[in-house]
Design a protein around this ligand. Structure first.
Ligand code: GDP
Ligand code: MG
Length: 370
């Protein structure tokens, strides 16, 4: 039952009936004590008393996802691949990410490419590719540790003047464990002491045999410095993505992963999220890790305010109550669920002997009591 009477709501929220009625009048709803109001109206009321901020904490995104319906094939559309750049220190991960970013003509023309939000998109032959802008294994490992499978393709950067090094091997192992296909970027081929063939030889010792030697590993010799062959590298990314047949349903409430998050002095908690499926909208109520809130604003990788974010699109989200962790799952809580949560939490709190607001009753406990 989605409706609730003013009296029940008053009890659940711990707010006097006359105050609720006053607020409802203010909202243009004439109500009596026994009148039923709908979930949306109750949500608005809850928001008036700032109740939506901390109540979703025991309702995790994972739990919400568990209830989700299956997608049907007709709703699925091709989504951009999400790419992580990995490799040994100083082999050129950051340089490669920067150069790739600058290959995007549209971005360069827009001029707003300095924005760092932890991920960005480029367009190649009319198709988008999403890059996670945090090179290194830490981010990748942190996300995997939280069970988030964010990356579709790993670009393994190996400097042609240095060859396979310990972190190269680590990266190979991470990607293999996550079952993420590897594309090798043999970098720094502009250097006079570059020996790409030696790199290929060393890679075979770790199970990566390049195509020209009869294997299945795609390797592209590149220079992040001069930009040589970056177009070819991106084409290979699109090729591998095509084989993977990456699809998502944009027509449902969004869920995805937090890529990075910080506390911004002026803007409060700011999280860069990557939408896995569905479409995230300004105004959506979301939970992310142990934080929650309403999406107040979204900013894309070019620093532009956007109202929507579809599958594989990274955006900064403003409006969360706390700073979530990289790798946390986020999910939209539709109003009805949030409303029920508000009610449930409030009732639980009232049951407590001390009536303190600091109670931490989980939903499970609550249902046992009822
Ligand atoms: P990261 O530690 O893997 O992120 O490596 P960086 O991108 O910071 O690069 C390390 C160093 O290698 C820097 O001094 C870069 O300028 C240089 N570098 C990166 N890519 C290239 C390249 O393609 N050619 C040359 N000559 N130098 C490069
Ligand atoms: Mg770097």
């Amino acid at each position: 039952d989605e409706n609730v009477t003013v009296a029940e709501l008053s009890q659940a929220m711990g707010i006097p009936v006359n105050e609720l009625i006053k607020k409802l009048m203010h909202l243009g709803v004439m109500a009596t004590i026994n009148q039923e109001i709908d979930a949306d109206t109750a949500m608005v009321l809850a928001a008036e008393w700032d109740i939506s901020v901390d109540v979703t904490k025991s309702f995790t995104a994972e739990e919400l996802l568990a209830e989700d319906a299956e997608d049907i094939e007709e709703d699925m559309i091709i989504r951009p691949p999400v790419v992580t750049v990995m490799g040994h220190v100083d082999h050129g991960k950051t340089s490669l990410l920067d150069s790739i970013r600058h290959t995007d003509v549209i971005a360069s023309e827009a001029g707003g490419i300095t924005q760092h939000i932890g991920a960005y998109q480029v367009e190649v032959q009319g198709k988008k590719i999403t890059f996670l802008d945090t090179p290194g294994h830490e981010a990748f490992t942190a996300m995997r540790a939280r069970g988030a499978k964010v990356t579709d393709i790993a670009i393994l950067v190996v400097a042609a003047d240095d060859g396979v090094m310990p972190q190269t091997i680590e990266a190979i192992n991470h990607a293999k464990a996550a079952e993420v296909p590897i594309i090798v970027a043999i970098n720094k081929i502009d250097k006079p002491d570059a020996t790409p063939d030696r790199v290929k030889q060393e890679l075979t010792e770790h199970g990566l045999v390049v195509e020209e030697w009869g294997g299945e590993t795609i390797a592209v010799p590149v220079s992040a410095k001069t930009g040589q062959n970056l177009d070819q590298l991106l084409e290979m990314v699109l090729l591998v993505a095509e084989v993977q047949d990456l699809k998502a349903n944009p027509n449902r409430t969004a869920h995805g992963t937090v890529i990075e998050a910080k506390l911004d002095k002026g803007r409060g908690p700011v999280a860069t999220v990557l939408v896995a499926r569905g479409t995230l909208n300004v105004g959506d109520a979301i939970t992310a890790g142990t934080s929650s809130g309403k999406v107040r604003a979204m900013i894309d990788d070019r620093g532009r305010r956007v109202k929507k974010a579809g599958p594989s699109m990274p955006v900064e989200v403003l409006g969360l109550s706390d700073v979530p962790h990289a790798g946390d799952t986020f999910a939209v809580v539709d109003d009805e669920k949030l409303f029920k949560q508000v009610i449930a939490e409030r009732m639980a709190k009232r049951r407590e002997e001390d009536h303190r607001r600091t109670s931490k009753v989980s939903l499970d406990d609550l249902f046992k009591q009822i």
